[in-house]
Write a protein that binds this ligand. Structure first.
Ligand code: GAP
Length: 443
């Protein structure tokens, strides 16, 4: 984990939040490369669950919701962790994280557990009184449930169908740590998939498989993923069945995503507390039913950490350690780097033109500092799939060299075919371009 944290810090993926003031516990800021990585993860998820499907639509609900939401959802009563405090050093711990009866830090005696609600409380409007209390949402899911009827009424969605949302969630976690694994402010990617009761088990199994495949398709090694079924004691108050997709993080196996069968709990609760009907008219059976909900709930930050850990590699090359991020091209923050072999005016003009052209399609770096070997290493370290080298020969033959991050193989091709070749390569096509005509060959 130290290596990942150090790389993230050094290369501008992730910084401690408000660092100039000494940082803020468990809050992190995503730098120029981190923001691209996170954006790409969200885009890949949205593409897989909304864009490429006709049974899921998107939503962007507000973070602040009517306070009754949290009574209905059970969060005000049930979203609690038992907390103990060390009588000696006053550090606080989650009871369930402790193995012994004493403080893990100083060995001191611990207090009896007391329940601590994890929701952040604030006030709406200028008066700080009980009537104006609102909460920062601890999950994005509730914004979907309260909009269920709005979506049914304004779209042609019919069961089974889902609503997907990406957004910030906040939890006043007692135990944080492990970098961006557990933080107090984080982003979730959640699907609430509404199904007819009786088909819920089938859909639950479908989503477990679908979500594992999503991670594998984006490069996570299968052997680093496993399923963990929640025991009765582990189940959240709303869930009938829940599986975690665990990832083998550097600190051990831990939850990456949760997939729950929430039954009709949420729609029944919100209908009861709001007094509004949240049932669904089934055209086939002419019956009013309350759909069951299957919920695949993933964390953006936790996914980013898993993708970084899985991609991190060190190789020995020419007596030096080569750090490389084997990020899937869809996730790589920078897709292509343009590297002129020298800073000579004529060469720079060609390289800058290529840079400007490629930027129309992707995030591209331009790097003319230090030796070409060092520049390749810099790009390997941030996971850039392809480097384009412009040399003096390019001025004569209008060709450039593409270097592949994974194989370090280089091919030369006409500048005119650069964009289409990169496009194909970034989409995973095993294309090969042979000079001088630039005919495209499949490997
Ligand atoms: N709506 C269901 C729900 O929120 P959860 O298992 O509490 O379920 C879902 O959270 C996912 O959100 C987790 O698998 C994790 O990826 C992410 N997550 C939850 N708490 C987090 C935290 N404190 N920091 C970072 N990610 C978190």
């Amino acid at each position: 984990m130290e290596k990942i944290v150090s790389l993230c810090r050094r290369r501008g993926f992730i910084f401690p939040s408000s660092e100039i003031y000494g940082g803020l516990s468990s809050c992190w800021d995503y730098g120029p490369l981190g923001v691209e990585l996170k954006q790409n993860i969200k885009q890949a998820w949205w593409r897989a669950v909304v864009q490429e499907r006709d049974d899921i639509v998107g939503l962007d609900a507000s973070i602040l919701m009517h306070p009754q939401t949290w009574t209905a959802s059970g969060h005000l009563q049930g979203f609690v962790d038992p907390l103990v405090e060390c009588k000696n050093c006053h550090l606080r711990w989650r009871s369930e994280d402790l193995t012994g009866n004493n403080c893990p830090s100083c060995g001191g005696e611990l207090t009896e557990p007391r329940l601590f609600n994890l929701m952040f409380k604030t006030f709406m409007g200028p008066i700080e009184e009980a009537a104006s209390v609102v909460y920062l949402r601890p999950e994005t899911a509730q914004g979907i449930f309260v909009n269920f009827q709005n979506v049914v009424n304004t779209t042609r969605m019919r069961l089974p169908f889902g609503i997907a949302q990406i957004g910030k969630a906040f939890r006043n976690e007692i135990t944080t740590g492990n970098f961006i694994f557990r933080t107090r402010e984080f982003e979730q990617m959640e699907i609430e998939f509404f199904v007819k009761p009786g088909t819920d088990e089938e859909w639950f199994n479908y989503w477990v498989e679908e979500r594992i495949n999503w991670y594998v398709k984006l490069g996570i090694k299968k052997e680093n993923l496993r399923l963990h079924k929640h025991t009765k004691e582990e189940l959240a108050h709303y869930a009938r069945v829940c599986y975690d997709i665990d990832y083998l993080f550097p600190m051990g196996w831990a939850e990456l995503e949760g997939i729950a069968n929430r039954g009709d709990f949420d729609l029944v609760q919100h209908a009861s507390f709001s007094g509004k009907s949240l049932d669904y008219f089934d055209e086939e059976t002419k019956e009013h039913i309350i759909p069951y909900i299957i919920e695949p709930s993933a964390g953006v930050d936790r996914s980013a950490l898993a993708f970084l850990c899985d991609a991190y590699d060190e190789q020995l090359a020419e007596g030096e350690i080569r750090v490389i991020l084997h990020l899937h091209p869809a996730l790589a923050p920078i897709k292509v780097a343009v590297l002129p072999l020298s800073r000579r005016e004529k060469l720079v003009a060609v390289a800058k033109q290529i840079y400007a052209d490629l930027r129309q399609c992707w995030m591209v770096n331009y790097d003319d500092a230090q030796s070409i070997g060092r520049r390749y290493r810099r790009q390997d370290e941030i996971g850039t799939p392809f480097c384009v080298t412009v040399d003096f020969q390019s001025l004569e033959d209008e060709q450039v060299t593409i270097r592949d991050r994974e194989t370090m193989n280089q091919i030369r091709l006409p500048i005119a075919e650069l964009k289409s070749t990169l496009q194909a390569k970034l989409e995973g096509e095993p294309l090969f371009v042979l000079p001088p005509g630039g005919a495209i060959w499949k490997e």
